[in-house]
Design a protein around this ligand. Structure first.
Ligand SMILES: [Zn+2]
Length: 148
């Protein structure tokens, strides 16, 4: 056999000396080139094992916790705007209910109790679904941050 062992076979040999086929083992035993490459890989692997384990020279968990605590204290402009518009929407809804309360009572009393029950149960289901979705998203974010 005139072809040398592949780089992958030589690397595997350098790492854990796998069982080569008889033909390849005979080639390896007689080929100075393949043996030299395998020895080079073994030297490289040994050097890599002797390197110190990579690590931060500072406490990364403390740095992250400081960032998290800072983000809790400061409110960003989008959060403030979302709160403002949410409050504005609630106030407008309350004003609309207060203004049209008489007409709402007429609508509620003019429909059959079954239709009223259907409307209320639909509203409760939609609000429950959205509430559950918000809660699940919140829990997922807490898990991503490792706080749950
Ligand atoms: Zn060879």
């Amino acid at each position: 056999m005139t072809t040398h062992l592949s780089e992958i076979e030589l690397q595997e040999y350098a790492l854990h000396k796998p069982d080569l086929s008889t033909e390849k083992a005979l080639h390896f035993a007689s080929c100075a080139h393949c043996q030299a490459v395998a020895v080079n890989y073994q030297i490289l692997v040994n050097e890599l094992h002797q390197l110190p384990k990579p690590s931060f020279n500072f406490d990364i968990s403390a740095a992250v916790i400081v960032k998290l605590q800072k983000s809790k204290k400061s409110y960003s402009v989008p959060v403030i705007l979302a709160c403002f518009f949410s409050l504005l929407l609630i106030v407008v809804a309350c004003l609309a209910i207060y203004t049209f309360w008489g007409k709402l009572c007429i609508i509620i009393t003019s429909t059959t109790p079954l239709v009223t029950l259907f409307i209320l149960s639909t509203v409760v289901l939609i609000l429950g679904f959205h509430g559950a979705t918000l809660y699940n998203d919140y829990q997922k974010k807490l898990k991503i941050l490792g706080l749950a």
